[in-house]
Write a protein that binds this ligand. Sequence first.
Ligand code: SF4
Ligand code: SF4
Ligand code: SF4
Length: 454
Amino acid sequence: MPIKRILKIVFDIDPDDRLDLFKAFPVLKTIFKERRLHASIRTFGDIIFTFIILSGLFGPQDPKKNCAIFLSWGVWWPFLVLSWFFIGRMWCGFCPFPGLGRIVQRLGFTFCRPVPKSFEKYGIYWAIGLFAVIIWLEESTGIKDSPRATAFLILFILMGATISSVFFPLQAWCRYLCPMGRMTGAAATFSLIEFRPDHEKCKGCGTFACKRGRDGMRGCPVYLGAFAVRNNLDCLVCGHCVAMCDRDSPRLNLRSPFSELILNKGRFITCSFIIPFLMGSQLARFIFHGFDVEIWCQKTAICNMGIFSSLLIVGFLYAMAFVRIGAHTFGVTEDEVFGRFSPMIPIFVPMAFAGELIYRLNYSLSNAPDFFPTLGRQFGIGPLLLLTFYIPEWFFRFIDSFIMASSAVAALYVLYRFANDDFHGMVGRSGYAVTQALIIIMAASYFCVLPIWR
Ligand code: SF4
Ligand code: SF4
Ligand code: SF4
């Protein structure tokens, strides 16, 4: 039964259609409830990250002899980006970064201060700023070739999550400050999966155990609780509340990836900078690599940093201009139910996701053939040097073009649904055509820089 139903939900694009995966596959619910598989996967992740950090700090510093580089930039990052589409924010349920903070809190080393209101208001800017710094470091400082610098970056995020646990209860870092979490949340609005409550079952609930916890067990780590989840932005899909709720309310739904974009219209993506920043930074990265700036700069760090910083700013302003002009040409920025919204943000979400996926997958696939030989060189295991393979150039070009073209079609589709459903009769013909043209120009911008990039 489910295969037909699954295909219908994914390809029929009815934003209201859902398949409750807990009902269709009860084993999934058991996994979420019992937490043993979660714990094992998390422990496995902890071991891998500990290995990356130790190998980065104390292993050989030649990137050809240290697999920590590939594990972090070639496995973890691409997996994280790919997971945005397939499982939304579910990675956060297994992420090792908050682990140390949880231990610290269990040992009682926490001031448990109320989370400042400013986190709620300005945390997003901190998260975007931090993400910008990570991208900037990644591109212009050669951190990607340095095992030690990579380990320090991971340690920095780990420390951020841990220090926040010392001052504030549960996982304030994950709710307000984590750059990866914020990007993942925004991109997960274009995901096949959502975690939601059954509001009928929540009616009259007196315990709100999903948020507050019960029987000495802590509640939702990001102060939400299943009953308050209405989008994919903040919920970590950790499933912690499944065991807390005695009314069987939480659900894991399969849906069309367009569902949230069409229904919420990007309304809850509280910051309209996230998506343009992602897109602008991708264009900047493609151009930076495409023109071999490192060679022009003769490997001078300052020159590299200066050029990449300028590209990053120009890229952001370029994408932002499309968002602003698109809002103007679309002509409707106010919704009866949701109030003000920025139509180009949900329209551009698929392209922002596609650009990041192309960038990360290319790094991963380009370096994958050297993974086992690197492992062999690092640990002196001769036979591993022979375990390599070849990926032809056409394959990269095919993947890049396929992903980008699909995302442009997806963006045009979201625009079509906006103009023909919610805002039927409100979007003028010429405004619709110009907004379409903007999407095509943005896609063309990617297509212009993609070939020179490789
Ligand atoms: S928000 Fe960040 S630190 Fe928290 S679980 Fe997600 S990725 Fe990990
Ligand atoms: S999810 Fe469960 S615990 Fe939370 S409000 Fe609904 S019924 Fe109550
Ligand atoms: S609402 Fe439930 S699944 Fe979502 S973060 Fe809170 S405890 Fe985890």
